[in-house]
Design a protein around this ligand. Sequence first.
Ligand code: GTP
Ligand code: MG
Length: 602
Amino acid sequence: MFAAKASDAANGTVTRAIAVTLRARRRAPPRPYPVKKFKSFSDVIAQRKAEARRSLVVQVNSETSFNELYGYCSKYASIKDIHHYRNSEKEHFMLIEFETEENVKEVIKACSSHQKDVDVMPIESPFLWFRAAVNKKELHSCLKTKKLATKDGIEPIDDDLLYEELLNCETVTQQIQHLYERTKLNDLGVRLRYMVARQFEIIFKSLYANVAVQPFGSSVNGYGRMGCDLDLVLSNVITEEMSDARRRLVYQEKREECAGGGRGGARQLELLGMLLELRVPGAGAVRRVLAARVPILKCTHHLAALHCDLAASNTSGVYMSELLWQLGALDPRVRPLIFVVRRWASAVGLTNSHPGRWITNFPLTLMVLFFLQQKRKSGFILPSLKLLVDRAGKEDIRIAEENINCTFLRDLNKLPHEEYGQSDEDLHTLLLQFFEFYAQFDFKEYAISINKGVPIRKPNALPLYIVNPLEQALNVSRNVSYEECERLRAEVRNAAWLLEEGLEGKKSDDWGVLRLIERKDSRSLKQLLKVGNSHRLVSVKDLFNEDDEDVPVTKSKKTDAEVDKSVKEMSRVTVEKKEQKIKFKNSQIANEVYRIRRNKIV
Ligand code: GTP
Ligand code: MG
């Protein structure tokens, strides 16, 4: 069983790593997965951005508005596909992708605004709504052959159903793969995130020259789950042509910007926050987090059903996402493994959606990548970042703000095949090895660094040290307390034990990864709800009276102010209302459900 001790790995690592690489090259062991042609991150991003420029999001009455909307828009443009989704208030939306960008311009030209309401100042944005036809003669319809590409497209899988499906998998490897397939951010989720980025960009372009709004973080790095937050950065786009000194006409600047600390400064963020509040349809509940290392604006976007974090300068965050995406693309086991580890960490309470003295998903992801860089008998699953830096060419040079060097190989097709994807361990083995590796890792003496891919001596006594790959003097887990680090060590040990124990003998109703990813509190509820010896559970729906189920659907259009208010209050009110309304058939179960709900609200 593979479980390199940190101290072992740290001694003489360079020579041994080279020796192993050479041996691996000589032997060229059989690859578990065929070598594929890699697309570049920038191609994927460019494709998604182009898709967003060809798309519009239209609020409609229900999914049956499809025919009418299709017929109406076809008058102006040719439609590629229409995707349907509902937001958290159960309002209906259609994301329409047209054949060309010109098509979108034609449709936008034909847009109307609230003429009756003089207080409402409409704004040109890719988020629209579909007004009811004035008379029946205007009703349109589309060919019967045209169908919605997606219905209810951003609804995450229900936990009970997911667990049932995992229960029915044959192997732990299948469970991990299935968990990944069923919970990863889907195509519509990605499209919507690019629509929001485009909407923000259109509005900010009215104030700043040569800017772009780019998604980064889990929305684009390949590790995002359905419903993940959208991290955005407003960055300068300066092409070589623009900085050509022969261009003699130059924009005048607003010198006062410097007083506010440039675009990333507090006053500029204040302005962006006001813009989001006043001029961006859908955006609301804006909060300024200025004390963070990278100051951000937080907001909700109720039309796209997501939460956003907007930074005014953090290009290195985009390059970091590119790096993480590339490592995930190199071997098909990387993303499923990171998904199951992230899910496990959330289930055992190691990670938490609130900031605090605990580890977050980003450093946790680095821990998994680091583990996959460890040498094993047949070679390496992932290369070190150093290798990607060493192989970078002129075309890969990227310098982010504050001179952060983000240069590394971008074209993965140039990476020798023997440098990655060499081991044939399945996901089950890798997950167990991951827990065992960190159960034995010497967190006291060593830091985790994906730059060299081997443990390095800690430069200080902080409990957990995970080197920021692009700014190696920084520790991305500097916030983690001693207690949280100890808890991490205890939980990896426990997970290794649970995973091994769960495979002995007959498959129980929480076999394999189920016992790692089910929350402890819902596990105790599950015991309560078990029907006899059967694996089947009483459906949670059966616990409630029928009339408690439906949350009324808002049909009327709201003003932004109303919507903002409702977004702010949404979670509190929904929870309060439900707690008042729900009548349980069984008081013991009721108590348990209330306890779990309370825990979820925090
Ligand atoms: P979730 O939002 O939890 O799904 O994951 P995420 O990867 O998006 O993490 P998060 O939203 O916390 O951060 C967004 C991105 O910012 C990450 O993917 C990193 O690229 C970057 N990032 C996060 N934390 C740090 C940090 O401590 N230092 C640096 N330099 N970058 C960070
Ligand atoms: Mg994020």
